[in-house]
Design a protein around this ligand. Structure first.
Ligand code: AMP
Length: 282
C-alpha cells in the first residue's frame, strides 16, 4: 500500500502501474470509510484493476451552513481498511493541493442534477462534478466506482462523462446496509443512540413504497403520500423530501412503472440522511 498526497506523486505511481500493464480502478471518497466504500474497492479489485482510493473532503460540495468542519476524518483507519480490501494506492490531497487558488472553472450538469439533492443543496452537485472532473483529469483513463447509495450523484457523474468525453467507465455498485436496513454512511456517526434506533424508518418507507408499486399502485402521488406518512409517524424524523422518479432521467413521475425509483432525505437531529431503492431490486 502506497499513500500519496500530491498530484505529481499519484500521476507517477499510476504511470508506473500502467507501464507494468495494469489498468486503473478509481474509488473516490471523502474518507471515514465503512463497508459501503470497501464494497467499491472489492468491485474494482474483482474487475482486475490496480485500485486507487482517493480520500478528500471536498469543500466545494458543502454549503456554508453544512457540516464541512465537523465531517469525520481518520486517514490511518481508512488506509488500513482499503489495504485490507486490496487497494494498492491512496491519494489523500490537502485542500491546497486540489485548490491552490480559487478556481475560476466549475462543472455544472443540468437536468439530472436539478431535483431532489440538487434542489435541497443548491451548489452541491457543481462541487461534486468539479472535483470528480479534476480527479478524472489527474487519474486519466480508468474504471471509476460509485455507490447507488448516492444514486443522483451517480447519474450526474454518468452524464458528465458522456457530455465531456472522459475516458472513464463509470460503474454503479449496490447500497450496503446495516442489518436493520439503514444505509451505511459516514454521517451515521452523527446519530444519537435513540436516533440510530429509529433511522431505518427511511429505508422502510422506501421499501413499502416500492412494494405498493409492485402491487399495482400507479399513482406516484399516492406512493409519495404514503412514504411521507411513514416518516411523519416517527417523531425524531424530520422529512426533507420523498420522491418517485424515473430511474434514468430522475424526473419526478406522475405514473409509476417498473423503472420507478424511490428516494428520500430525512433529518435525525444534526444528521441528514439520504437513501433510495428501485422497484424491482427493493
Ligand atoms: P462518500 O465518502 O460518502 O463521498 O462516498 C464515496 C463513495 O462511496 C460514493 O460513490 C458513495 O455512493 C459510496 N457509498 C457511500 N455509502 C455507501 C453504501 N452504503 N453502499 C455503497 N456505496 C456507498
Amino acid at each position: 500500500m502506497h499513500v500519496v498526497h500530491t498530484i505529481g506523486e499519484v500521476r507517477a505511481a499510476l504511470a508506473t502501474a500502467r507501464s507494468a500493464g495494469s489498468t486503473i480502478g478509481l474509488v473516490p471518497t471523502m474518507g471515514y470509510l465503512h463497508q459501503g466504500h470497501c464494497s467499491l474497492v472489492d468491485a474494482s479489485v474483482a474487475d482486475g484493476h490496480m485500485t486507487l482510493v482517493t480520500v478528500f473532503v471536498n469543500p466545494l460540495q458543502f454549503a456554508p451552513t453544512e457540516d464541512l468542519a465537523a465531517y469525520p476524518r481518520d486517514l490511518d483507519a481508512d488506509v488500513a481498511k482499503v489495504a485490507n480490501a486490496g487497494a494498492k494506492l491512496v491519494f489523500a490531497p490537502s485542500v491546497e493541493e486540489m485548490y491552490p487558488e480559487p478556481s475560476q472553472t466549475a462543472v455544472t450538469v443540468s437536468g439530472v442534477s436539478e431535483g431532489m439533492e440538487g434542489a435541497s443543496r443548491r451548489t452541491h452537485f457543481a462541487g461534486v462534478a468539479t472535483v470528480v472532473a479534476k480527479l478524472f483529469a489527474i487519474v486519466g483513463p480508468c474504471a471509476a466506482y460509485f455507490g447507488e447509495k448516492d444514486y443522483q450523484q451517480l447519474a450526474v457523474i454518468r452524464r458528465m462523462v458522456r457530455d465531456l468525453n472522459f475516458e472513464v467507465d463509470v460503474r454503479g455498485c449496490p447500497t450496503q446496509r446495516a442489518e436493520d436496513g439503514l444505509a451505511l454512511s459516514s454521517r451515521n456517526v452523527y446519530l444519537s443512540d435513540e436516533e440510530r434506533r429509529v433511522a431505518p424508518v427511511l429505508h422502510r418507507a422506501l421499501v413499502d413504497g416500492a412494494a405498493m408499486i409492485r402491487n399495482g399502485e400507479r399513482s406516484a402521488e399516492v406512493v409519495r403520500t404514503a412514504m411521507a406518512a411513514t416518516i411523519a409517524a416517527e417523531p425524531l424524523a424530520e422529512l426533507d423530501y420523498v420522491e418517485v422518479a424515473d430511474g434514468d432521467t430522475l424526473q419526478p413521475q406522475s405514473e409509476t412503472g417498473a423503472n420507478s425509483r424511490l428516494f428520500g432525505a430525512v433529518r435525525f437531529g444534526s444528521a441528514r440522511l439520504i437513501d433510495n431503492v428501485g422497484v424491482e431490486a427493493g
